[in-house]
Design a protein around this ligand. Sequence first.
Ligand SMILES: *[C@@H]1O[C@H](CO)[C@@H](O)[C@H](O)[C@H]1NC(C)=O
Ligand SMILES: *[C@@H]1O[C@H](CO)[C@@H](O)[C@H](O)[C@H]1NC(C)=O
Ligand SMILES: *[C@@H]1O[C@H](CO)[C@@H](O)[C@H](O)[C@H]1NC(C)=O
Ligand SMILES: *[C@@H]1O[C@H](CO)[C@@H](O)[C@H](O)[C@H]1NC(C)=O
Length: 318
Amino acid sequence: MKLALVLAAFLTLVIAQDGYASQNGGTTGGAGGTTTTVSAAAAFQTAIKSNTPKVVFLKGPITLSSQASIGNNTSIIGVGTSGVINGGGLRTVGTSNVIIRNLVISKVKGNDGITVQRARNIWIDHNEFFSDTDHGFDFYDGQVDLTHACDFITVSWNYFHDHYKSSLIGADPGDGKEDTGKYHITYHHNRWNNVHTRTPAMRFAHVHSYNNLFDNIVSQGIHSRSFAQVLIEGNVFSNTKEPVSTYGFVIPDDSPANPSGDFEPDGFANLGAANDFGTGKNNITATGNFTSVPYSYTLTPLSSVRSTVTAGAGVGKI
Ligand SMILES: *[C@@H]1O[C@H](CO)[C@@H](O)[C@H](O)[C@H]1NC(C)=O
Ligand SMILES: *[C@@H]1O[C@H](CO)[C@@H](O)[C@H](O)[C@H]1NC(C)=O
Ligand SMILES: *[C@@H]1O[C@H](CO)[C@@H](O)[C@H](O)[C@H]1NC(C)=O
Ligand SMILES: *[C@@H]1O[C@H](CO)[C@@H](O)[C@H](O)[C@H]1NC(C)=O
């Protein structure tokens, strides 16, 4: 009985409880499967690729030369602050039920920190992503990029910093046929500092962004384009030029095909519970109809968002 209680507490800890990852049957990762701890790159790559339920603890650091592929039914959890992956990054494609927690992913040249495609029920929680802004915006790619019709994803309590383009939802304005009706994604209690764009940028999506902290977003913060809808509430921005835009123009600082910028259709934005936009100026061209979500959530009071997110986001906190 005691053991069952301990087990139940442990499972509670590693199962996504909130946001869109809690929908569509929920996101349990490798709960109930095998548990292994790895500390070398090759062992890590092998441990995460099967489809049988498994929890893989990473006691790093490790260095990857290319992205490591995650199979279905997988939890990857960093041990303490040692879950460090230098370069390479992670990908999960055509999968469901994946949890990625407490990892530090940095400086992935020419690729994303985490690439998620055609995947459902993914929870990306309490990680840290960084590179530098000493090179152009395409030297590194995104930090968390969700493309090709993935769905039911929660991105929570991550610390994203020192990077150009942070997080993209929807690869291309021409992907409407594949993407429309997908991308139900929640971003909450994430901390962004010193990134240029995409916190996130989205196409065709329904994104719920609440209680995130944004400091020093150089060019553009939340960008809703190509018919995407975003519900924005309880967020705090400081020193951010344009916290929210729904204007379809892809600015020159955001990797457009044409160096002077690309045009695509506008998106929609709804402002829910009050946000603090600081001195930034929004460009909201269209208000949408995405005003509620199918799950329950508790908003952190706006006045506590900065301290709560600063204390809680990133690694070594779970
Ligand atoms: C995930 O694991 C469950 C439980 O073992 C299994 O039924 C399901 O088929 C697995 N999913 C995939 C896509 O392999
Ligand atoms: C995950 O499961 C799906 C559905 O069963 C399967 O098509 C896919 O190949 C699996 N992914 C991997 C990485 O094995
Ligand atoms: C805001 O959007 C409008 C389109 O409705 C556009 O004409 C204008 O240039 C945009 N303003 C800025 C500052 O980007
Ligand atoms: C919400 O707005 C979108 C974009 O205008 C529209 O396509 C959709 O039909 C609307 N949904 C409802 C339920 O009104």
